[in-house]
Design a protein around this ligand. Sequence first.
Ligand SMILES: O=C(O)CCC(=O)C(=O)O
Ligand SMILES: [Fe+2]
Length: 316
Amino acid sequence: MNMIPSVDLNDFISNDPKKKQKFVDAIGKAYEEIGFVALKGHFLDDTLADNLYKEVKHFFELPVETKQSYEIPGIGGQRGYVSFGKESAKGKKEGDLKEFWHFGQYVEDDDKLKAEYPDNVIVNELPEFNKVGKEAYQMLEKTAKYVLRALALYLGLDELYFDVYIHNGNSILRPIHYPPITQEPDEAVRAAAHGDINLITLLMGAQGRGLQVQNHEGEWIDAIAEADELMINVGDMLSRHTNNKLKSTIHRVINPPRELWGTSRYSIPFFMHPISDMKLNVLDGCVDEENPKAFEDITAGEFLTERLIELGLIKK
Ligand SMILES: O=C(O)CCC(=O)C(=O)O
Ligand SMILES: [Fe+2]
């Protein structure tokens, strides 16, 4: 499989059962094979996406001292700014060549979760950044909810199975800036090969080249979505919950050829996480003689903490 299939969310949302089933089958098959799809018909419109990119660029252009004033100690980088080189992929010692920001959940109707999550960090210099970040967060979350509904049907679960776990979930919108490369990097790359931690990841298509996905044969293929598509992949939480039926595919961001070292790269993944109490225990329907239970029982919160330690974002 050398192609990332394209699907249209309008098929799922339409009242036509045939189209809906076609969407469910296509996304399920893609996730059993390559682990990625390109999705049209999502809820993030062009104007909002353009404004988000504009504001994100303004943010990363702020003086480094200003950005660092938004780096909050003690929360594992879960909100606000994370400076250059701090995060490394699981198993790597070199930090990735990136700086990033985290917008988190906007809890309005659950005091317990509101207290559990760190507050969102407000950038005083850029009122629009805060506003556009929240709007984009909510539109991507809505898109992800429908994708998970389709996957629930594919897995033989109730269509609304994931809804209770993702309402006020611990999702994160992460604008990333990969700065220009100024000297021959030793071992470090923009983002070393990794699987995402969460249930599913939504990535806007507009970004430049660089993202690559590893297929079953171990070959790296370029993942390029069209401007109106979101690239959506399975993360390790969903892969675990489905006993590896849905694949969390390894991907990376390679450094550009030398003539493009002078250019920045921006990308804005939305990592869909459930609430921390969700049990990621392997679903009964995903276990049979050929596929024995491959993972220990664990909650989403425990799994996240384990991985943030491995990424260097929380200290043991
Ligand atoms: O920058 C990209 O295109 C992808 C980044 C990524 O895979 C990640 O942050 O998990
Ligand atoms: Fe990723």
